[in-house]
Design a protein around this ligand. Structure first.
Ligand code: PA5
Length: 426
């Protein structure tokens, strides 16, 4: 469960008017109505996903684990960030030595230096590729796959087909045709689930399972969240309350939300969250700008701005109560570094004190705050958290009268690039 607190009072936020608006939004969501409702497949996906589907993913993951030392996952945006966030936040910081396969990403930018060095890194290792693109035509992953496909064909010949798995639309796009022509194993991205809401489909589940994490637990967490946020309960529904508070702050002129963490491995959850909220809400001249900081690191850089800069920021802390590992500060004989006053406290406890001190200072500086706490970082709690943010994002966008599920603005830059590169038809 998510524990949510707010530096103001929820009574001020949840006015009768706001509650009525949220009630209507909630009813529309549950009845799958409203703007963009054709993309609400993610809403009851956790409770409707079949055990056979999960078994199929698990079988593919086990086959990857047997055959590959390195799995290259190709994708961008929603076809990249969910898996990346899960892998970063669930994995230990340093390689444990026996981890197989190593999961590497490609196609999430266009660095020739990165791709060339990745291809050299693969030499001498057993490789598999999972290329993910719902539309099947996004330039960055398509380009990366062009290079990876050639590499795999040259290295494995006909056997390359057994080492490439495609996750894409059932029918549309160049990728599905490539998959059929070459006989690659295929997973389908459901029509009614958009990229940034797709972490619980094969898009996220296959790389997460291949990396050795429990997709059963991840989905159990998502299902738990689906049940928790199904009822309109303005007193207890944390997703609804989070959306209501951020909408209230936005209307008071707080146009930037800074998500702050104290555990660096959560930084890709921040990236995933930034995409989710930025791409869902930032339309029609409206929306909160999602930004992120990692404390205490950024207290030595961005902390100054947060404390004293332009007053349009609010913070949302994401805290994890239990850490997976910890150290206790010990008493040093001569106290040369003058840290003996800390003896006996764990670094996690230190971070908690840092949160309290930072939160008080920033509040004093005029930065309102929301704090979300989860019990621990494991598959179950992560599944719950992903779902929490997705439904909170839908509430938030609808409160601004925005369709959360389209992204008309991302086409403009693409069209310019295509024109500059003289792509046929542009
Ligand atoms: O959320 C979205 O829809 C986007 O961020 C897409 O995920 C991203 O553009 C990648 O698209 P595709 O999966 O079609 O390659």
């Amino acid at each position: 469960m998510i524990e949510l607190s707010y530096s103001g009072t929820f009574e001020t936020v949840l006015t009768d008017e706001k509650k009525a608006a949220l009630q209507e939004i909630h009813a529309n969501l549950i009845n799958k109505q409203g703007q963009g409702s054709e993309f609400l497949g993610w809403l009851d996906w956790p409770s409707s996903v079949s055990p056979e589907f999960l078994r199929r993913i698990q079988n593919a993951a086990e086959s990857i684990q047997q055959k590959a030392e390195v799995l290259v996952v190709i994708g961008i945006g929603g076809s990249y960030l969910g898996a990346k966030a899960a892998l970063s936040s669930l994995s230990p910081y340093f390689d444990q030595g026996d981890k197989k396969p190593e999961v590497l990403f490609a196609g999430h930018h266009v660095s020739g230096e990165y791709l060339k060095q990745l291809l050299s890194y693969l030499d001498g290792k057993e490789v598999m590729v999972n290329v993910i693109s719902k539309s099947g035509k996004t330039t960055e992953p398509a380009l990366a796959f062009r290079f990876l496909k050639k590499y795999m064909d040259e290295r494995y010949g006909d056997a390359a087909a057994e080492r490439i798995i495609v996750t894409t639309d059932a029918e549309k796009g160049a990728l599905v045709n490539l998959a059929i022509e070459n006989g690659y194993e295929r997973f389908v991205v459901p029509e009614d689930v958009g990229g940034r809401y797709s972490v619980f489909t094969a898009v996220g589940l296959l790389p997460i399972a291949a990396a050795g994490f429990s997709i059963e637990q991840l989905m159990a967490g998502a299902k738990d969240a689906e049940a928790a946020y199904k009822d309109f309960d303005a007193e207890n529904n944390a997703a609804l309350r989070y959306a209501a508070a951020r909408h209230h702050l936005y209307s008071e002129g707080y146009t930037t939300e800074v998500m702050a963490i104290f555990e660096p491995k959560l930084s890709y959850i921040q990236e995933w969250w930034k995409q989710l909220f930025g791409e869902s809400e930032g339309k029609e001249g409206k929306g909160i700008f999602p930004a992120s900081v990692s404390f205490t690191t950024d207290l030595h850089s961005m902390g100054q701005y947060i404390q004293d800069g332009t007053r349009n920021l609010f913070e949302s802390f994401l805290l994890v109560r239990e850490s997976n590992d910890d150290l206790t500060v010990f008493e040093a004989e001569n106290d040369g570094d003058e840290l003996n006053y800390l003896a006996g406290i764990t670094l996690q406890e230190f971070n908690h004190v840092a949160y309290k001190g930072t939160s008080a200072a920033h509040l004093e500086g005029g930065v309102p705050q929301l704090t979300l706490t989860i019990e621990k970082m494991d598959e179950f709690h992560l599944g719950h958290l992903f779902y929490f943010y997705m439904i909170a994002c839908a509430y938030s966008a609808y409160l601004l009268d925005i369709n959360p599920f389209d992204q008309p603005g991302v086409e403009d830059y693409k069209n310019n690039i295509f024109k500059l590169l003289k792509k046929p038809g542009y």
